[in-house]
Design a protein around this ligand. Structure first.
Ligand code: NAP
Length: 297
């Protein structure tokens, strides 16, 4: 069996078209323009690229976009003051502080200062807690993208054996939590593996759906999966550079051996990656609708 590709770039483009229409409608019918602000401290090149992509996508969809690029030496007090000011700004429905922050800043305090209603990344403990009890306001973006890929590729989730490799707060734990909820697009039986798991292959071989977010290339190889598995590879690892200096990326899954047994698999790049920003846009639209009273929380 050779797997079909779950093309995140295509699914993301489809969702962005839907969002574009919804945003135009909100403007025409309610004079409502969703607003997203990004806050970047310092000049980390990767963070600059990510913030630039978020700004560009916002503009393409008709979302009001504001960007605060602060110097590396910004103090904790200055950053907290900016977040508090943005919390009060009615034009802004979503606040995104780009991580990682420079080492002298307390990341936790900054994230906890964001009004949970504007926390479109879904990282605030209030939103994490609401997700846990099955009443989420905002789903964290990468896990939300993974769930959409499963739903829109027609993968049966209810009753499925889902195995997640990785237990980070931004991918592994939230996607596991989302897929076990008593809800549409969920109702799975979920196992989480990590570096202390005794026999990872024992678990991965049972998976109907295997989600790998380990941050290590080739963490899962063909001999570790069963025939017909659906594989979501979240990993983004730089494994070298082309002659003209472009990054060569690989996922966490050994694509060549796993694709021979899988029913479907996400490529890297072009799989989960394009979904993450799209989900951020979706959360921003949701935040604007809630703020305007057009949608219940
Ligand atoms: P992370 O915080 O480094 O967490 C990695 C997790 O994987 C940890 O729980 C770790 O276990 C576990 N792990 C590492 N090696 C393992 C192995 N060989 N077997 C089993 N478990 C293993 O990483 P993350 O932030 O979740 O990100 C994971 C990957 O996804 C990275 O490549 C990242 O770049 C990528 N990512 C992509 C997107 C996107 O939009 N496409 C978004 C976020 C992340 P312990 O807890 O025991 O250490």
């Amino acid at each position: 069996m050779t797997a079909t590709l779950i093309k995140g770039a295509e699914v993301a483009a489809q969702i962005r078209e839907e969002l574009k229409k919804e945003i135009a409608d909100l403007k025409a019918k309610h004079n409502l323009v969703p607003g997203l602000v990004t806050v970047l401290v310092g000049a980390d090149p990767a963070s600059q690229v990510y913030v630039g992509q978020k700004e560009k996508t916002s503009k393409e969809l008709g979302i009001y976009s504001e960007r605060h690029d602060l110097p590396e030496k910004t103090t904790q007090k200055e950053l907290i003051a900016l977040v508090n000011q943005l919390n009060k700004d009615p034009k802004i429905h979503g606040i995104l502080v780009q991580l990682p922050l420079p080492k002298h800043l307390n990341e936790e305090e900054v994230l906890y200062t964001i009004n949970p209603r504007k926390d479109v990344d879904g990282f605030h403990p209030v939103n994490v807690g609401k997700l846990m009890i099955g009443e989420p306001d905002y789903l964290p973006c990468t896990p939300a993208g993974i769930q959409q890929l499963l739903i829109r590729s027609g993968t049966p989730i209810e009753g499925a054996e889902v195995v997640v490799v990785g237990r980070s707060n931004i991918v592994g734990k939230p996607i596991a939590n989302m897929l076990l909820q008593k809800a549409p697009g969920a109702n799975a039986t979920v196992t989480i593996c990590h570096t202390k798991t005794r026999d990872i292959a024992f678990h991965t071989r049972r998976a109907d759906i295997l989600i790998v977010a380990a941050g290590k290339p080739k963490s899962v190889t063909g001999d570790m999966v069963k025939n017909g598995v659906v594989v979501i590879d979240v990993g983004v690892n730089e494994i070298g550079k082309t002659a003209d200096g472009k990054r060569i990326l690989a996922g966490d899954v050994d694509f060549d051996t796993v694709k021979e047994k899988a029913k479907a698999i996400t490529p890297v790049p072009g799989g989960v990656g394009p979904m993450t920003i799209t989900m951020l846009m979706m959360n921003t639209v949701r935040a604007a609708k809630v703020a305007a009273g057009l949608m219940k929380k």
